[in-house]
Ligand binder design. Structure first.
Ligand code: ATR
Length: 268
């Protein structure tokens, strides 16, 4: 049996089982996919137990992506750049770690939303794990500008320094002031029922994307629409696309994502 799981805390509302089972049915490779609630520092034990139970790999979510990065014996370049792993799998006897979040976002933006990222001016809100995971893949798409703004400026400064790219600015310094083509919310503010602070003009005419989906994204996206955003998108497409890439890593088959995304949207 193709047995997989998502590990993190909380995971009780994770849509990953539904997504992976739908992929498995679509490509004729049924999977068993479960949620395993794992608290910080518990990943090594939980993953070993899952493998003993026949598990072939796992997705790892908040707050364990850094732990998964340490646990993996070999990591891909994109995981190293993100300093985070969301997909664990075996290559022979070696436990390998990859990160599919960045490619998931890029596919959602370019394929599902039809955005052209080459030459785009992008504002990134946040400088935590999620922002680290997507900044490099975004730059690879040929952005003209990536401005980074964070509640705690020192963290944004560190991200800008690590990216070490002449297209990247600390937003507050003004060198990369708007207008922006794309604004991405990579903060956890919505999960706490807050809005990240931002001048109204940042949204005017922009496509505004929130990495989270469902109710946690709605206040921010409604605010962006009220401030003149051209289009607003939540992170459900990114969730499905990162899952598809994990499925491909595990199974060697790329599942179609559009029917799964449409089904999730229709029942959301
Ligand atoms: P994640 O892995 O989700 O990125 P994280 O590494 O804890 O989690 O980072 C959370 C991000 O959301 C940070 O950019 C954080 O800002 P700080 O660096 O100032 O903490 C941001 N964030 C969390 N709550 C926020 C709020 N209420 N308003 C604005 N930004 C917030």
């Amino acid at each position: 049996m193709n047995r997989f799981a998502v590990m993190g805390y909380p995971v009780s509302h994770s849509l990953s089982p539904r997504i992976h089972c739908a992929f498995g049915d679509l490509v004729g490779r049924p999977v068993s996919y479960e949620r395993r609630e794992v608290r910080p520092l518990g990943l090594a034990t939980a993953f070993a137990a899952f493998v003993r139970d026949g598990g072939r790999g796992a997705n790892v979510t908040v707050p364990l992506k850094g732990e998964a990065f340490s646990l993996a014996q070999r990591v891909t370049d994109r995981a190293r750049r993100a300093q985070a792993v969301n997909t664990l799998y075996y290559e022979g006897d070696t436990l390998a770690g990859d990160n599919t979040d960045g490619v998931g976002l890029i596919r959602d933006l370019t394929v599902n939303q039809g955005l052209v990222l080459a030459g785009a001016r992008v504002l990134l809100l946040g400088a935590g794990g999620a922002a680290w995971g997507i900044a490099g893949p975004l730059l690879d798409e040929g952005l003209a500008v990536l401005a980074v703004v964070n509640r705690t400026p020192a963290r944004a400064k560190r991200l800008v320094a690590v990216l070490d790219d002449e297209r990247v600015y600390l937003g507050a310094e003004g060198a990369a002031a708007g207008p922006y083509d794309l604004v991405i919310n990579a903060t956890a503010a919505g999960l706490a029922g807050d809005l990240p602070a931002l001048p109204a003009e940042a949204f005017a005419g922009a496509v505004v994307y929130d990495l989270v989906y469902g109710p946690a994204a709605q206040a921010f996206l409604a605010h962006a629409r009220a401030q003149g955003a051209r289009q607003t998108v939540d992170g459900l497409g990114m969730l499905v696309e990162q899952a598809a890439e994990s499925f491909f890593i595990w199974q060697g088959v790329r599942p179609p994502t559009a029917p799964v995304l449409a089904q999730l949207r229709s029942t959301a």
